[in-house]
Design a protein around this ligand. Sequence first.
Ligand code: MF3
Ligand code: CO
Length: 259
Amino acid sequence: MIQLKKDHEIGAMRLAGGVASTVLREAAAFVQPGVTTLEIDQFAGERIRHHGGKSAFLGYRKYPCEICISVNEEVVHGLASGRQVQFGDIVSLDVGVRYDGYIGDNATTVAVGGCDPAVQRLLEVTENALDEALREALPGNKVVDISRAIQNCAEANGYSIVREFVGHGVGKKVHEDPQIPNFDDGSRRSPVLKPGMTLAIEPMINLGQRHVEVLEDGWTVVARDGLPSAHFEHTILVTDGEPEILTCPGNLPSEPREL
Ligand code: MF3
Ligand code: CO
């Protein structure tokens, strides 16, 4: 069942989104050659707490880290370790924050210093796919309109869409209904978007083939062909008109506070 959030819930989700997006920016700025993914994870955890939030991922289905850090061919759910990121790597950061009982979920992919122009293009197209998807998040449209927008962007550029992981409703829980595939899965009935829905839209796009596998650690999802993968995500509110992006730094609570 897809919940429509009440005004007080939307207020809390703005604050959660403000913390999540601020920490995502802070963590992205912290990424530089030689820094380890464990250092990035610990830094992000400290920033989440500084802003009065809690990691929404740590402990979720026993997930062991504060945020998800996925390097190069890692698609999502990468685990922090002693690995040093290097010039030319790309790093996907996925930050989920709980604040006042509600969750903001967002992700970005950054190049460490710089990267191959072909990989830079993958990042641009994936971010663009998210933008195009947001344009479709209108009341009366269907979830599949979001899915198609992402698929069209990726395929127009010869990239492939990861199918096994999808966007989702978000609220008190990290994953709520509906599921939001990043491609048209041909399902007969796709939910109609309504004001009050809060959705995490998150294209995961591979430079090469779409196939993925999970590493022995039980979490890290990688592109089977070893080619780079990008991930961008926002949490949004469906309104009467244009969607409202909840994961934006302008929503940061004015006074950091303990909860
Ligand atoms: N943003 C990720 C998602 O929507 C959250 C990672 S779930 C965790 O699936 F289990 F890794 F925490
Ligand atoms: Co998500």
